[in-house]
Ligand binder design. Structure first.
Ligand code: GLU
Length: 424
């Protein structure tokens, strides 16, 4: 039974209902017109595909995949593809909606989309993954393209997988079309800085939040749940910046050291063994304990719904930066807000990834590539502005940073949707 099936049985709202509820709450706050609200509550387009993929033993297996486009009023669809055994259509719908708000919040000219394939990449060979990716790309090629919808990496999808997507789409058209996907390796039209962009963007908004709290960065303590692309680079970049990383976990377990973890060594250990578990530079801890660790900044950088009404009262961080998508349940959000903990919502805290994806797409279309310094400067500008706009709205309405961010983003999407009107 997947986590979402379990929620349904337990009568909890699933992730899609949670996404819709977040919109509903902000709709009331900004006085969103009822018809527009109804329009924004639903995805524009949902594609479900059956994907036969050849396995190493010569047989083929059927997989189910999705591509959802939530709203395209501000530009082509944009959003990652995740490969995970727990993917559901409702999850992909929620993630597509969050992409719409995320792109609007950082003010890049994209709508929101998302894709997913129900599979366990950890149990598949590289060849099987390639076969699955190429066939999935073919199945969704009817709705993707550089002017239509541009996928990217997400949970368990890598630059290599993006390369296969780019190649498959290009081969079908007879020429190279790098702008069809972002998060590619640099050698085939990827952008400098894209690999670390989610983490870097997250750090920039944490820096802003620290300043808003009148706190200095040097020695401020950080706990990170998740040690994939977002979590690992967040640990590395934040440690370089002067933050002290005191606890880290991945899906196998965690490690903690109140005097600060040697992140360089930890990353080497992760590459060697596939996990942070067994690292000798700290005490063993687990995935759940990391969330409740004594620290200034907590970075949930794994999956959805890990901060709940049950553990929210025990969270000891002053700032929570959502590098993952949807880690905080709405009830937990209220608890954290009442406790004075600032939650930097996913659509702000992890928007660095899609922002540099936008830079990658622009570079691909122009066939003109920028230096990494330039990328990072522009990223900082966009993240800082989005933080300030969010903070201003949150203060103005006396609400959480999530609601503040939604006020900015939903208003932008609603305006674009309204200006374009209905056709036919
Ligand atoms: N998967 C990332 C996200 O959730 C990146 C999406 C993109 O670059 O298009 O924001």
């Amino acid at each position: 039974m997947t986590t979402q099936d379990l929620s349904a049985v337990q009568g909890q709202e699933n992730v899609w209902q949670m996404a819709q509820r977040q919109l509903d709450e902000v709709g009331m706050l900004i006085g969103l017109n009822e018809s527009l609200h109804g329009f924004l509550r639903q995805p524009k387009r949902v594609l479900e595909v059956s994907v036969p993929a050849r396995m190493d033993d010569g047989s083929f297996r059927m997989f189910t995949g999705y591509r959802v486009q939530h709203n395209l009023s501000r530009g082509p669809g944009k959003g990652g593809i995740r490969f995970h055994p727990d993917v559901t259509l409702d999850e992909v719908k929620a993630l597509a909606m969050w992409m719409t708000w995320k792109c609007a919040l950082v003010n890049i000219p994209f709508g929101g989309a998302k894709g997913g394939v129900i599979c366990n990449p950890k149990e598949m060979s590289l060849q099987e993954l390639e076969n699955l990716t190429r066939r999935f790309t073919t199945e969704i090629s009817i709705i993707i393209g550089p002017e239509k919808d541009i996928p990217a990496p997400d949970v368990y999808t890598t630059p290599q997988i993006m390369a296969w997507i780019m190649d498959t789409f290009s081969m079908q058209h007879g020429y190279s079309i790098p702008g069809v996907v972002t998060g590619k390796p640099v050698s085939i039209g990827g952008s400098a800085g894209r690999d670390k962009a989610t983490a870097r963007g997250c750090m920039y908004v944490v820096d802003e939040a620290m300043e808003a709290h009148g706190r200095t960065i040097e020695g401020a303590t950080v706990a990170i749940q998740g040690f994939g692309n977002a979590g690992m680079y967040a640990a590395q970049l934040m440690a370089e910046q002067g933050y002290k990383i005191v606890a880290v976990s991945d899906s196998h377990g965690g490690v903690a050291n109140e005097h600060g973890i040697d992140v360089k060594r930890l990353i080497a250990h992760k590459f060697e063994t596939g996990s942070v578990v067994g690292f000798t530079g700290g005490e063993r801890t687990d995935n759940k304990e990391v969330l409740e660790f004594e620290c200034d900044v907590l970075v949930p950088a794994a999956l959805e719904k890990v901060i709940t009404a049950e553990n929210a009262p025990r969270i000891r961080a002053k700032i929570v930066a959502e590098a993952a998508n949807g880690p905080t349940m709405p009830d937990a959000d209220d608890i954290l807000f009442d406790r004075g903990i600032m939650v930097l919502p996913d659509i702000l805290a992890n928007a660095g990834g899609v922002t540099v994806s936008y830079f990658e797409w622009v570079q691909d279309l122009q066939a003109n590539f920028w230096e990494e310094d330039e990328i990072n400067d522009q990223l900082k500008r966009k993240m800082t502005r989005a933080f300030r706009e969010t903070y201003e709205q949150a203060k103005r309405h006396g609400v959480s940073m999530r609601k503040g961010a939604y006020c900015v983003a939903v208003a932008r999407v609603a305006e674009a949707t309204k200006l374009r009107g209905l056709y036919p």
